[in-house]
Design a protein around this ligand. Structure first.
Ligand SMILES: Nc1ncnc2c1ncn2[C@@H]1O[C@H](COP(=O)(O)OP(=O)(O)O)[C@@H](O)[C@H]1O
Ligand SMILES: CC(=O)N[C@@H](CCC(=O)OP(=O)(O)O)C(=O)O
Length: 300
């Protein structure tokens, strides 16, 4: 080997060591702390990205953090509905959920998506436990009733929100070294299944657990001031600014429930909320274990 080659190898190794050292303080700080990670339906579409993301989650667990995976699957539910000849219908961003839709949504979320995420975690040599109505249930909820502008109730069918969680179950699963995988389906007091928006389910979990962090993995690098200009990605936002960006329409569509949920979580004691790109390999590790994140962080 030439001396040039040797120098490159040593420099390269030193650089790798520096990366580990940078991570050390963050690893120490987050040991034994809950981090709620929400994986959106758009991010779930890319198999290779999901595999690499799950490797990151396993890394987090291995260095002592308690990652909790909450997932949606809106696109897959809509596709399954179309295949069953049912037209998806949304009211104020929530899927109108009649009996048949509930059956499809809960089956896609729990039986297909949670199971396949857990299988992939196991295939990568770690432990995972799907927690839902068909296994051991973690999310408890109530029916959600929205109001129209004239004050009349809006019928959403079997749609709910999370009002409590089984904290003992989560602690038991995390301490047994497994990664909880939770679909956005809650059970009400009578055992009725409720379809819950996954952003709000993740935020409720983070809020009740007073998690260190709530991370949304989506199909954008973070929040843009102008969605057509990649140079306008904002790396740091405070709650007041977020409210203003929603009000003036800079933040719209699918980003609104995420940011609303983020503000609610921060108000209830969650340390920080991050919005990162699920398609970028190792985005979550770069966001959490390095001095400069790569997505958008939202703080109180
Ligand atoms: N200011 C903004 N910056 C970035 N994305 C935005 C913004 N406003 C709206 N969006 C939209 O929000 C979408 C993410 O929400 P959504 O599609 O519901 O994702 P998920 O399936 O991950 O929940 C982005 O793909 C983007 O189109
Ligand atoms: C009530 C309601 O709308 N539930 C959502 C649950 C899945 C979800 O939120 O998935 P994403 O994270 O991919 O959007 C739905 O049926 O689509």
């Amino acid at each position: 080997m030439s001396s040039e080659g040797i120098r490159f190898t040593v420099e390269d190794a030193v650089r790798k060591a520096a990366v580990l050292i940078e991570a050390l303080s963050w690893i120490r700080r987050f040991r034994g702390r809950y981090v709620v990670i929400k994986l959106g339906g758009s991010a779930l579409e890319e198999e290779a990205a999901v595999k690499s993301f799950l490797t990151d989650v396993i890394f987090m667990r291995t260095v002592g953090m308690y990652p909790i995976l909450v997932h949606g699957g809106g696109k897959a539910i809509s596709q399954a509905m179309n295949e069953a000849g049912i037209e998806p219908h949304f009211v104020n961003g929530r899927r109108y959920t009649d009996e048949k839709t509930l059956e499809i949504a809960t089956s896609v979320l729990a039986n297909q998506i949670s199971e396949s995420l857990a299988q992939e975690i196991r295939a990568q040599g770690a432990q995972a436990e799907p927690l839902h109505f068909g296994t051991r249930n973690c999310l408890l909820g109530e029916q959600l009733t929205l109001q129209a502008e004239d004050g009349s109730p809006i019928d959403l069918g079997h749609v709910g929100y999370v009002n409590d969680i089984d904290q003992g179950l989560l602690a038991e699963v995390c301490q047994a070294d497994a990664i909880p995988v939770i679909p956005s389906v809650a059970l009400d007091a009578s055992g009725q299944k409720l379809n819950v928006n996954a952003d709000t389910a993740a935020a409720a979990l983070a809020r009740i657990l007073k998690a260190e962090k709530l991370v949304f993995l989506s199909d954008v690098p973070g929040i843009f001031l102008d969605r057509h200009d990649p140079g306008t990605l904002v790396s740091h936002l405070e709650t007041e600014r977020c409210r203003a960006l929603i009000k003036d329409g800079t933040i719209d569509s699918g980003m609104v429930p995420k940011v609303d949920a983020a503000l609610e979580a921060l108000a209830s004691g969650v340390g920080k909320v991050h919005i990162v790109d699920a398609r970028l390999p190792h985005s979550i590790l770069l966001e959490i274990y390095s001095d400069r994140g790569i997505g958008t962080e939202i703080v109180k």
